[in-house]
Design a protein around this ligand. Structure first.
Ligand code: TPP
Length: 643
C-alpha cells in the first residue's frame, strides 16, 4: 500500500538570525513576553558559517542566570491565548494521556501550556519527565503496544530528534503508533535548528509535517494522530516552530476532529471468506498482531462463530488471540481445509497435513499487513512474504464485515455441527496444553537450585504471584529464556508486549515505563525482566518510574555480560581456532560488577540484591510486588545463568 508522506508547505530557508532578532528572542525569554513580531522570524540571509556570536541575553540564559518573570497579576498576563494552548487542546481532544520529553527551549511554549493550561492543568496530557529523548520515544513505543493508542513524545530541535532516532526507527519497524512533536527555534539556538528537521528520520516515520501557521499546526497534529493509528501504524512527526507556540491565537478555533477511517474488505470478498469458513469441515484462523483490543474481541467472536481452531501470536507480542482460549491450539485435527490469516505470519497460514480426498476446495486467505513491508524490509519480522491469497487490507476493520456475512450465511444445521466441532477442539487443545505444560515443567526444573539463579526459576516463581493480577509483561523475554511462553497464560491483548521491534538495545526499561504509564491509569501492574546490558544504555528512565510513581517491578536478569555478543565472539574465536579464553573482552560487564540496587537507589527506587541464592528469590519477589501495588516501583537484582 502506498504510504502517505507529505511535508506541509514548502520548506523555506530562513537562515540564521543576527543581532536584533536574536536579542529580541533573548529579551523575550527575560521578560516572558512572547516573540510575535514577525520581524523577529525573518531571515537575514546568513549562512551557518556566518552565524552570529551568542547575544548577551543568550549567554545569560545558557548560564542559568535568567530569573523567571514575576508572576502575572490578574489582568496582566503576558499572553492571553497562546497558540500552544490550542495545541494542547487538540491533544486533549484526541485523548492523548501523556507527553514525555526532556526539556528544551524550542518547545518551552508547548511545555508551559501542558503544565498550566486547562482544568485540571497537567492532566490529559500529563508531562512525563524523561532523562533522554530515546527513552521518551521508547516510552511511547511501550505505551502504544500496551494500548494500541499513540502516546506523545516531544523532542528538542535537531539534537533531540537525533537522540530519539533509534527509538523512532524501532517503533516504525514494530508498526506501533506514536505521535512525535519536535520544537524548532531558528531564532534562539540556530545550532539546534534545521530547515527540514524531519528529514533526518523521514525514512522511518510514517508521515511528517512542518506547518507554517498556527491553524495548520493544529490540523497537522490531528492528521499526524490519524496517520499514526491508520494501518500500517507507525510514528509520525510534527515540527512546531516556537513562534507558532507563542503566537496569540486571538479568535482562532480548535478545528473539529475527523476520526481516522480505516478501509475494510469489500462485501464480496467478505462473503467469499464467510463461505470458505462455513463450508469447510475444519477451518483454521491464524491470528497475528491486530491493532487494538477491539480487533482481538472480533477475532474471538469470529472463531467462536465458525468453531475454528486458531493459532496466536500472543506469546510474541500484543493484540493477538487469547493463548488459553479453548479454540486456541492445534485443535482436534491439524488438517485444515480453509485457513484465514488475520495479520498472520505467512508460515501460520498454510494448509497442513495430507489433502483429504473429500475436500476439494482447500484454500487460504491472509488479510492484513502482517507480512507486508511499510517501507523497510520486514521479512524477518513478518515471517516472510505471505503465501496463498493475500488481501492487503486491515484485518481489524474487516472483521465486522466478515462476521456479518458469516451470520447471514449461518443455518441451524451448520450451527449444530460447529458446536460439536468446537467441543472437540476444546478437548484436544486442553490435552495438548497439559502435555506441553508437563514437558515444560520437566525442562524448567533443570538447574532449579543452581547459583547463579536459573532464568526459568524467575518466571516460575513470578507466575503464582501475579496470576490473579492484571499484569503486563512489558520486557522482551527472548534473552531471559522466553519461559513465559509455556509457564504463563497470555490471555489479554496486552499480556506480553514482545520484542524490541528492530532488536535495538536500550529498550526494555523505557518500554516498561511506557507500559506502566498505561497500566497506572488502568489498575494494572508491569513486570520488567530486565537484561543488564540493555539497562545500561539509558538507565535514567528508572528515575522517571519513581518520579511518576509507576507500578513497575524490575527483576534484573544480571548475567554480567552482553551475553548474546559474548556467544558470537566466542564462536568466532572457536571457528578461527584461536581459543575461547579471551572472548570476554568487550563482551562482559565485570571488573567492576555493576551494583543495580545502588543504581536503583541513586534514582530513588527501592530495591534489593544482588541475589545469587535462588532460595531467597521468592520472598524478594513478594516484597517487590507489594511495593509495586503501593505505586512504588521496585528493582530486584538477580545474578543469573547466562540464558
Ligand atoms: C543499540 C544496539 N547496540 C548493540 C546491539 C548488539 N547487541 C545485540 S544483543 C546485545 C547484548 C545484550 O545484552 P543484554 O541486554 O545484557 O542481554 P544478554 O544477551 O546478556 O541476555 C548487543 C549489545 C544492539 N542490538 N543494539
Amino acid at each position: 500500500m502506498a504510504r502517505s508522506k507529505k511535508t506541509q508547505g514548502p520548506v523555506t530557508r530562513r537562515g540564521f538570525l543576527k543581532g536584533a532578532a536574536t536579542a529580541a528572542a533573548g529579551a523575550a525569554a527575560l521578560t516572558g513576553v512572547p516573540v510575535t513580531d514577525a520581524g523577529a522570524a525573518q531571515s537575514t540571509g546568513g549562512s551557518p558559517d556566518s552565524a552570529p556570536p551568542p547575544s548577551p541575553a543568550q549567554v545569560e540564559r545558557d548560564a542559568g542566570n535568567v530569573r523567571p518573570p514575576a508572576a502575572a497579576r490578574p489582568g496582566q498576563r503576558a499572553a492571553v491565548r497562546p497558540g500552544s494552548d490550542l495545541m494542547v487542546q487538540v491533544l486533549r481532544d484526541l485523548g492523548v494521556e501523556y507527553v514525555a520529553g526532556n526539556p528544551g527551549s524550542s518547545f518551552e511554549g508547548l511545555q508551559e501550556s501542558i503544565i498550566n493550561y486547562g482544568t485540571p492543568p497537567n492532566k490529559m496530557p500529563e508531562f512525563i519527565t524523561a532523562l533522554h529523548e530515546e527513552s521518551a520515544v521508547t516510552m511511547a513505543h511501550g505505551y502504544g503496544k500496551a494500548t494500541g493508542k499513540p502516546m506523545c513524545a516531544v523532542l528538542h530541535g535537531t539534537i533531540g530528534v537525533q537522540h530519539a532516532a533509534m527509538s523512532i526507527y524501532q517503533a516504525y519497524y514494530d508498526r506501533t503508533p506514536a505521535l512525535l512533536l519536535a520544537g524548532r527555534d531558528l531564532g534562539f539556538i540556530a545550532a539546534h535548528s534545521a530547515n527540514d528537521m524531519a528529514g533526518m528520520v523521514r525514512s522511518f516515520t510514517k508521515w511528517d509535517a512542518q506547518p507554517r501557521t498556527l491553524a495548520d499546526s493544529l490540523t497537522a497534529i490531528q492528521r499526524a494522530y490519524n496517520e499514526a493509528i491508520t494501518p500500517p501504524c507507525g510514528p509520525t512527526l510534527v515540527v512546531l516552530d516556537i513562534e507558532l507556540q507563542k503566537e496569540e491565537a486571538r479568535e482562532l478555533k480548535v478545528p473539529a476532529y475527523a476520526a481516522a477511517k480505516v478501509t475494510a474488505i469489500d462485501v464480496g470478498q467478505a462473503r467469499e471468506i464467510a463461505k470458505g469458513l462455513l463450508d469447510a469441515q475444519n477451518p483454521r484462523i491464524a491470528v497475528g498482531r491486530l491493532r487494538t483490543s477491539d480487533g482481538v474481541k472480533a477475532a474471538v467472536e469470529l472463531a467462536e462463530l465458525v468453531g475454528a481452531s486458531t493459532s496466536t501470536a500472543a506469546t510474541q507480542g500484543p493484540m493477538s488471540f487469547p493463548q488459553r482460549h479453548p479454540l486456541c491450539g492445534p485443535g482436534a485435527s491439524a488438517t485444515y481445509d480453509y485457513v484465514l490469516g488475520l495479520e498472520a505470519p505467512a508460515a501460520t497460514v498454510s494448509l497442513s497435513g495430507p489433502a483429504l480426498s473429500t475436500l476439494l476446495n482447500r484454500d487460504t486467505a491472509n488479510i492484513g499487513f502482517g507480512g507486508i513491508a511499510p517501507g523497510v524490509s520486514r521479512a524477518g519480522a513478518g515471517g516472510g512474504t505471505p503465501s496463498g491469497r493475500t488481501i492487503p487490507i486491515d484485518a481489524e476493520a474487516s472483521l465486522p464485515v466478515i462476521i456479518e456475512e458469516t451470520r447471514r450465511q449461518m443455518t441451524p444445521e451448520r450451527q449444530r455441527l460447529i458446536q460439536e466441532r468446537a467441543g472437540r477442539h476444546a478437548a484436544a487443545n486442553t490435552q495438548a496444553r497439559m502435555e506441553e505444560l508437563r514437558r515444560a515443567l520437566e525442562q524448567k526444573r533443570a538447574g532449579w537450585d543452581a547459583s547463579p539463579v536459573s532464568t526459568a526459576r524467575i518466571y516460575a516463581e513470578l507466575w503464582p504471584l501475579i496470576v490473579n493480577e492484571d499484569w503486563i509483561l512489558a520486557s522482551p523475554s527472548g534473552f531471559s529464556g522466553g519461559h513465559n511462553t509455556q509457564l504463563w497464560d497470555h490471555n489479554r491483548p496486552y499480556s506480553y508486549l514482545g520484542g524490541q521491534g528492530a532488536g535495538g538495545m536500550g529498550y526494555g526499561a523505557p518500554a516498561s515505563v511506557g507500559a506502566a504509564l498505561a497500566a497506572k491509569s488502568r489498575g494494572r501492574i508491569v513486570i520488567n525482566v530486565q537484561t543488564d546490558g540493555d539497562l545500561n544504555y539509558a538507565p535514567g528512565v528508572l528515575w522517571t518510574a519513581v518520579h511518576h510513581q509507576l507500578p513497575m517491578l524490575t527483576v534484573m536478569h544480571n548475567n554480567r555480560a552482553w551475553h548474546q555478543e559474548l556467544m558470537f565472539v566466542e564462536y568466532m574465536c572457536g571457528v578461527r581456532g584461536r581459543g575461547g579464553d579471551r572472548g570476554h573482552i568487550g563482551t562482559t560487564l565485570r571488573e567492576p560488577n555493576i551494583d543495580y540496587r545502588a543504581m536503583a537507589m541513586a534514582y530513588g527506587m527501592e530495591g534489593e540484591g544482588p541475589i545469587s541464592d535462588p532460595a531467597k528469590l521468592n520472598a524478594a519477589l513478594k516484597r517487590g510486588l507489594a511495593s509495586v501495588k503501593r505505586g512504588q516501583p521496585y528493582l530486584i537484582d538477580v545474578i543469573t545463568q547466562p540464558r
